[in-house]
Write a new protein. Structure first.
Length: 201
């Protein structure tokens, strides 16, 4: 199957998952997935060492996400997996080798949108994503694994497969993955979709 066909199948699985499982807040942030006619461009694939551990997320996968997960695994070699930070940003080499994300929809995605950004994030066990904030509204939809998610002034709460974590624009939030790897389906809406997050000092 060609890269274009694998990516189209993944987009279809994302759309089906949002239609069947999504809440109102999910639908609000999944605009392009609920509409057809997205422009597709070729984005050079980029691998990442963390992806060798992605198939193991099957063990704790949300049952309703089975088709989505299989489509992601099949398309993964055709996707541009990236990291947001560098050692100069205060993240150690081990951290940078243990997480990756990819955009499916967005300004830099395979399917173009200036207002929405949608894709997948994967963090291996033992990481802590420190408190940060950004302008776009965001949802983390946990597909597999468990993490302690904190947002605003609320204390961290452990969230597992099927959990939807919603962050308003500029809300401070963090994830503690010290006990489990985590795979999320993320949805963003707003401006400055690729601007660097701010971190607490």
């Amino acid at each position: 199957m060609t890269a274009e066909a694998l990516q189209a199948k993944l987009l279809g699985a994302m759309t089906d998952f949002v239609h069947s499982e999504g809440s109102d807040v999910v639908h609000n942030l999944a605009g392009p997935l609920l509409n057809s006619g997205l422009e597709r461009i070729d984005v050079p694939p980029k691998n990442h060492p963390a992806l060798a551990y992605l198939p193991a997320m099957q063990e704790s996968l949300l049952p309703a996400a089975q088709s989505l997960f299989q489509a992601l695994l099949a398309a993964s070699p055709t996707l541009a997996w990236q990291i947001s930070y560098k050692i100069e940003d205060g993240f150690g080499e081990e951290y940078l080798q243990r997480y990756a994300w990819c955009d499916i929809i967005g300004p830099q995605g395979i399917y173009l949108s200036d207002e929405y950004r949608t894709g997948f994030g994967f963090w291996r066990e033992g990481l802590f994503y420190p408190p940060h904030s950004h302008e776009p509204e965001e949802i983390y939809w946990v597909l597999s694994g468990t993490g302690a998610f904190a947002s605003g002034d609320a204390p961290p709460a452990r969230k597992g497969p099927g959990s939807i974590i919603h962050h308003e624009p500029y809300a401070w939030h963090s994830i503690d993955m010290s006990e489990s790897s985590v795979l999320v389906f993320f949805l963003w809406k707003g401006a400055n979709l690729h601007a660097r997050s701010a971190f607490e000092t």
